[in-house]
Design a protein around this ligand. Structure first.
Ligand code: AHG
Ligand code: MN
Ligand code: MN
Length: 336
């Protein structure tokens, strides 16, 4: 075997288990099953107009959002893949009102799986990157039929988190709570291959991501921060900043993980009643764990996202994450 033999996701997980002992066989199986479900979603997404999967389904989810055919298909792929393996106690999804119990015909395991089956789904019909976000929690001791309350754990309790981004290539970004590793789908082999070990977000950045059309609705600290960025070289920051907004959180976070930046979806007048735009359990927590494990920071403007005690499954929160120094600055403006 050559020195550069590619490392598959399976090999990586076995070696992590051996080296660090923080994962067991069930967690390893869980990650592999989620990864293979992501592979299936990637195939469905890439068929595009030929697969008859574009467009709306004509239904709305518990969030009050129109469901795309691919939202529901991706949800089903993840459910079917994960139900039977014996590694899960229950599943919760952005696309389902209530937690999905493991059918009685299958054995139950010690983990809870939470996901946003298709993130950025408004981008599907225009052929722009979308993704899947997931988070793994432990089922509380003694709970046999986990309901919503079993899932209401702080982000710091996550055992693992990750996302798949379906872009020009499909990549899987994974943390088991000890750094972040990036895998790329080898379409010929049909397997994920490790392409970046222990990735780190650059501390300094000159790139920001925010939906500027909401500017008039933001609170004062966010107005201040973004106006200082936009003022560029002649403003208080004394340098120019660049802006990017894909409107798929997965794609925006992936860019930040790759080359640095700050991502913000603050609370504004439009989403104040809901608490924010993005979902704590399906989006904010898994991304916050990944970003922190890559050396970045993630807050809701006041404190660490990972320390928020969830009150309900579909709770929404303001999100500020990415390069540490910038996140700290925005957070300090909020605390002023
Ligand atoms: P989803 O497609 O899972 O509902 O998530 C979309 C989210 C997130 O991916 C993105 O950052 C944000 O919504 C975009 O919101 P705007 O359309 O308000 O920019
Ligand atoms: Mn989403
Ligand atoms: Mn979604």
């Amino acid at each position: 075997m050559t020195e550069h033999a590619p490392i598959s996701l399976s090999q990586f997980l076995i070696e992590e288990q051996r080296a660090k002992g923080q994962i067991n066989a069930d967690l390893r199986r869980l990650i592999k099953v989620v990864a293979s479900a992501c592979k299936r979603i990637s195939i469905a997404v890439s068929k595009g107009a030929l697969g008859g999967v574009l467009g709306n389904l004509g239904t709305t989810n518990v969030q009050g959002e129109a469901q795309k055919k691919l939202d529901v298909l991706s949800n089903e792929i993840l459910l079917q893949a994960n139900e039977w393996g014996g590694h899960l106690a229950a599943i919760a999804s952005e696309e389902m009102d209530d937690p999905h119990p493991i059918p009685h015909r299958y054995p139950k395991g010690e983990y809870l799986l939470v996901f946003d089956p298709l993130d950025g789904s408004s981008n599907i019909d225009v052929n722009v990157s979308v993704g899947t976000i997931f988070s793994v929690l432990r089922c509380p001791d003694g709970v046999v039929e986990p309901d919503e309350s079993a899932f209401l754990q702080r982000g710091v309790e996550q055992v693992a988190a990750g996302y798949a981004v379906y872009g020009p290539s499909t990549q899987l970004v994974l943390t088991l709570g000890d750094g972040v590793n990036v895998f790329t789908l080898d379409r010929e082999q049909g397997s994920f291959t490790l392409t970046e070990r222990n990735t780190k977000i650059p501390e300094e950045t000159s790139e920001f991501a925010i939906n500027m059309s909401n500017q008039r609705h933001w609170e004062a600290p966010m107005q201040r921060y973004v106006s200082e960025l936009v003022a560029g070289k002649t403003g208080p920051r004394e340098r120019d900043f660049n802006m990017r907004w894909v409107a798929s959180m997965v794609a925006d976070v992936h860019r930040i993980l790759t080359r640095g930046g700050i991502f913000m979806y603050p609370v504004d007048e439009k989403c104040r009643a809901a608490g924010g735009r993005l979902r704590l359990m399906y989006e904010a927590n898994p991304m916050a764990l990944i970003v922190e494990q890559a050396g970045g920071a993630a807050t809701n403007g006041l404190g660490r996202i990972l320390e928020i005690q969830p009150q309900k499954l579909h709770q929404r929160v303001p999100v500020i994450l990415g390069s540490r120094r910038e996140v700290e600055r925005v957070t300090a403006y909020h605390q002023d």
